[in-house]
Design a protein around this ligand. Structure first.
Ligand code: GCB
Length: 634
């Protein structure tokens, strides 16, 4: 599934190449500047699923060597999207194996004729193993969905007088194995000899030539902010780097030169979460200008990175942003919508952010994989705090905790940190959701992944989300914040809403007594079919979802001024899943439907989130925001 956008971009000459923390190099989001041009490759691609028994006909017949239509029929496939719900072919709905995408691109003349231009092909994400050919030449391979990958293709396009047409072919395989992330197992249908297979996941999931960014870290000293930057340059040793930090009014507030340095910002405006300050989400712009000498003459490159200045810290009972206690009142999300499935689209994204603000939510977790970079950019701009989760979901079987998986998991965390490290909205990394953390092998595995993530980015706390018992969990000793999923009165003791408060109190007290770390209720919720009603409440009705939430809220209120630092509802919206007897056209635990219309629980949650925001912090600034919200939505 080509979920993410594809883009080709070009920059003149040597490139700024980000480098930060424990990471070598970086990967800048493609951005136009006086030296850079981008060409979006989103739109209609030619597509074919390889339905052959062994799924390998495309390789046997070398489909990448010629235009795809020459080797058989193709259909139109929109990018970005998931292919599953686009066609009327039932085989595609559940297809596992190799699918082939292809499109032709016409490049601007400068890209192919000016040898000082570097041309880069970048894939926003492809789930989950991808091989890319350019004009039939094997160019790029990448393992793992959800994250970007790119290759410098200058030497492929700058070969002759006018090779302006480029044929890009991408083969993508969505098979999950014990060593992919998420992992899965392959089960053969009745007759293994015909090679028909499908994979299950555990648990069934829901459904720069360039530069690169200066990496930065930040600390706050009274009224001054410090921005540390580090830049690496590719393609020249003879260069000059100038760095300027501009405030939101475009006034230069600090200057620097060279590949690394520290910018001091007197009278700093900090980046605050939504509802925590009257001017939340304050962003500076870090402008980097490179001038370099190359064998082909002098060249320049420009890149501008939005920068937020803030601190994050964890005590044994608090989560602090800029030294003030922060309470996560938010949601878990999925990148999911009707027809398009997983994938990125602007109307949905803006709608979701409007709903988050309506709700008074100040945070979400990227359950259970990194979301598109554009989502992270919106979070920076809206002040929505993010727990950034990698695709470490479904690590439920002992065989998934092996060395190959561990190595890959660490690699994935590197890619997540490399992509998202410069987003002030990201305040914590989550390395997994509900791994079988009661296993000894899982304990070692989680310890290693968490330690590796901390070495990549010592500035942010790291967690994983547990559904284990406090006494059995082997990973909790290594996290900074305990994140707990529990489904009282849903998967346990269903129907018994009266037990929730007691169960929740016991859960919190046991975990806190053992670990003395702040706790987030990272999932809770109830399957609810919009329009189903019953009073007294019965499961699957809107009344039941509301009552369950009310009981949870009473339990959370007992602890939230003590050591519980957050609550994230499961889920923001209904979403598609694999078929199963427990799912009615997907997971219906949303407080909004899949079409983003509110169920009764959305109003309950809205009242609660605004109340928490008003009562706990900055009454002066919050009152103003609420005023604005109310006037917008009444
Ligand atoms: C969970 C999982 C989430 C599921 C949810 C549910 O614990 O983390 O991926 O969708 O439960 O609704 O079953």
């Amino acid at each position: 599934m080509a979920r993410g956008s594809a883009v080709a971009w070009a920059a003149l000459g040597p490139l700024l190449w980000g480098c930060a923390l424990g990471l070598q190099g970086g990967m800048l989001y493609p951005q136009e500047s006086p030296s850079r041009e981008c060409k979006e490759l989103d739109g209609l691609w030619s597509f074919r699923a390889d339905f052959s028994d062994n799924r390998r006909r495309g390789f046997e017949e070398q489909w990448y060597r010629r235009p795809l239509w020459e080797s058989g029929p193709t259909v139109d496939m929109p990018v970005p999207s998931s292919f599953n719900d686009i066609s009327q072919d039932w085989r595609l709905r559940h297809f596992v194996g190799w699918v082939w995408y292809e499109r032709e691109v016409i490049l601007p003349e400068r890209w192919t004729q000016d040898l000082r231009t570097r041309v880069v092909l970048r894939i926003g994400s492809a789930h989950s193993y991808a091989i890319v050919w350019v004009n039939g030449v094997d160019t790029l391979e990448h393992e793992g969905g959800y994250l970007p990958f790119e290759a410098d293709i200058s030497n492929l396009v700058q070969v002759g007088p006018l090779p302006s047409r480029l044929r890009i072919t991408i083969a993508i395989n969505n098979t999950l194995t014990p060593t992919t992330l998420p992992p899965g197992t392959i089960q053969y249908l009745t007759d293994t000899s015909n090679g028909l297979y499908f994979c299950t996941r555990h648990p069934p999931p829901t459904s720069m030539t360039s530069p690169s960014p200066p990496a930065w870290s930040k600390t706050v000293v009274r009224a001054s902010g410090l921005v540390n930057y580090q830049i690496s340059v590719k393609g020249s040793n003879l260069f000059k780097l100038e760095v300027r930090l501009l405030d939101a009014e475009n006034k230069v507030v600090a200057n620097g030169t060279g590949t690394q340095g520290q910018l001091k910002v007197p009278g700093v405006s900090l980046w605050w979460p939504y509802l925590m300050h009257e001017r939340p989400a304050y962003l500076y712009s870090l402008e980097v200008q490179l001038t370099a000498q190359t064998s082909l003459g002098p060249v320049s490159d420009f890149y501008t990175l939005p920068v937020g200045i803030r601190t994050v810290a964890v005590t044994k009972s608090q989560f602090l942003i800029n030294g003030k206690p922060f309470y996560f009142h938010g949601v878990n999300k999925h990148e999911d919508a009707d027809i398009r499935g997983k994938g990125f689209d602007w109307p949905l994204l803006v709608k979701d952010f409007n709903l988050l603000r309506w709700l008074g939510a100040n945070a979400f977790r990227t359950s259970h994989y990194p979301y598109a970079e554009e989502v992270m950019q919106m979070c920076d701009r809206y002040g929505i705090v993010v727990i950034d989760e990698c695709p470490g979901v479904g690590l439920a079987l002992p065989q998934f905790f092996n060395n190959v998986s561990l190595h890959h998991h660490m690699q994935v965390m590197e890619e997540v940190v490399r992509r998202d490290k410069n987003h002030p909205a990201v305040v914590m990394w989550s390395v997994a959701n509900e791994p079988a953390s009661h296993l000894e092998s899982a304990g070692y595995y989680l310890k290693m992944v968490i330690a590796h993530t901390k070495s990549l980015d010592p500035s942010r706390p790291v967690t994983f989300v547990s559904n284990s018992n406090y006494a059995a969990d082997k990973g909790a000793p290594y996290v900074d914040v305990i994140c707990l999923n529990s489904y009282y009165s849903w998967y346990h003791d269903y129907g018994h809403l009266e037990l929730i408060q007691l169960q929740l109190a016991t859960q919190f007290e046991n975990w806190y007594k053992k670990y003395q770390k702040p706790i987030i209720q990272s999932e809770y919720g109830a399957e609810t079919i919009a329009g189903f009603h019953q009073d007294p409440p019965l499961m699957f009705t809107e009344e039941y979802q509301k009552s369950l939430l009310e009981q949870y809220h009473l339990g959370l209120d007992q602890k939230r001024r003590k050591y519980v630092v957050g609550e994230l509802i499961w889920n923001f919206a209904d979403f598609m899943t694999e078929q199963s007897p427990t799912r009615v056209l997907g997971n219906k635990k949303g407080i909004f439907t899949r079409q983003r219309q509110p169920k009764s629980a959305a109003f309950l949650l809205r009242e609660r989130y605004w109340k928490i925001a008003n009562e706990t912090r900055y009454p002066h600034s919050v009152a103003k925001s609420q005023c604005l919200e109310n006037s917008l939505f009444t």
